[in-house]
Design a binder for this molecule. Structure first.
Ligand code: ZN
Length: 165
């Protein structure tokens, strides 16, 4: 049952990930995201101020959030999460704040408590990577990083060292 639902989820997430969220070519410059005020100008997204009256659009991060189509997935052991819930939520949010301030397209989507794990999803692969590093820095253990071929998706599996291992 679990195997089945996992592989189904993978297929669902795989299909739309191609280049749908990298279509900056179509955007006029400057474009201001109508949801988060990220600015597309000079070929990149920043938190800057537009030079001229901007177009209004949706940035790729807000698109991913609206579609619930993550680029980064961080799996956390559920038992450990439950005994450190508040701490881990704070760590995740602090890591997002820092990453987002420098890179507007790196956002947290959700912290989802699933039956057998907790899955933190992000709009960008860099935030997922940062979260893996932050968990390892705070709680030791070990993180495994699996990118897809286009490096548009990252799965992070973090677990604590087993006692005595
Ligand atoms: Zn936005």
């Amino acid at each position: 049952m679990d195997k089945y639902s996992n592989s189904r989820k993978d297929q669902l997430f795989k299909a739309p990930l191609k280049d749908m969220y990298k279509s900056d070519a179509k955007l006029k410059e400057p474009t201001l995201c109508m949801k988060c005020d990220a600015l597309y100008q000079g070929g990149r997204w920043t938190w800057g101020t537009p030079d001229t009256t901007p177009d209004r659009g949706l940035c790729p991060a807000c698109q991913r959030i609206a579609d619930n189509c993550p680029a980064g997935f961080v799996a956390i052991d559920k038992g450990f999460y439950e005994s450190h819930r508040r701490e881990i939520q704070d760590l995740v949010k602090a890591t997002e704040e820092k990453e987002k301030s420098e890179h507007p397209l790196e956002r947290l989507i959700a912290i989802a408590e699933e039956p057998d794990q907790v899955l933190v999803t992000t709009t960008g692969v860099h935030l997922a990577q940062r979260l893996g590093h932050a968990l390892t820095a705070s709680y030791k253990g070990h993180a495994e990083y699996q990118y897809d071929d286009q490096k548009t998706r990252l799965d992070v599996y973090w677990e604590r060292d087993k006692p005595g291992a």
